[in-house]
Design a protein around this ligand. Sequence first.
Ligand code: ADP
Length: 185
Amino acid sequence: MKNIVIFGAPGAGKGTQSDFIVEHYGLTHVSTGDLLRKEIADQTELGKRIKSIMDEGRLVSDDIVVEMMDKAIAADTKGMLFDGFPRTVAQAETLDRLLAKHGRELTCMVQLEVPREELIRRLLERAKIQGRADDNEQTIANRLDEYNNKTLPVANYYAGQGKQKLIDGLGSIEDIAARVRAAIG
Ligand code: ADP
């Protein structure tokens, strides 16, 4: 059973490549961003608490996402693709613990590498098409800052475990998908 983390900056193409990975390996896709946006759309108590944080492009607290992931892992039987999680080293350590609790282990982390100018170009393009609340210039800058400060250290965490697979995230969607499959095996 495979349990994989898809990793990269906002706009790196995690969501797009996630669709191919879950299809190819028969995994359950869990996106923390999607789960959190659903809480906001449903206007739950949690949704009300996190709305302004997400609108500003800041990370929501580790406890909130960890609780969501704990439930998602407990409900799964197929193996999982984690998208948007872990985003801090504390979350990465917790993921190892949660997987171990269920007799599982992380297979690998797939990191999509895309230069900053291209990330900004893609996010502004998506802003025009999808109108996501956090796709505007100031929020994009905040998200890239959060990524550089809090999330990039997660890459070293997995490199230290020998689980990091670096993928060139530039090119056609199909070419990148082929690179990802080759890296996962
Ligand atoms: P993107 O990768 O395009 O920035 P996501 O949909 O993965 O978007 O996440 C959107 C927002 O949801 C983040 O900016 C953050 O506020 C929140 N979020 C998602 N995942 C996490 C996480 N693991 N820890 C903290 N906050 C998160």
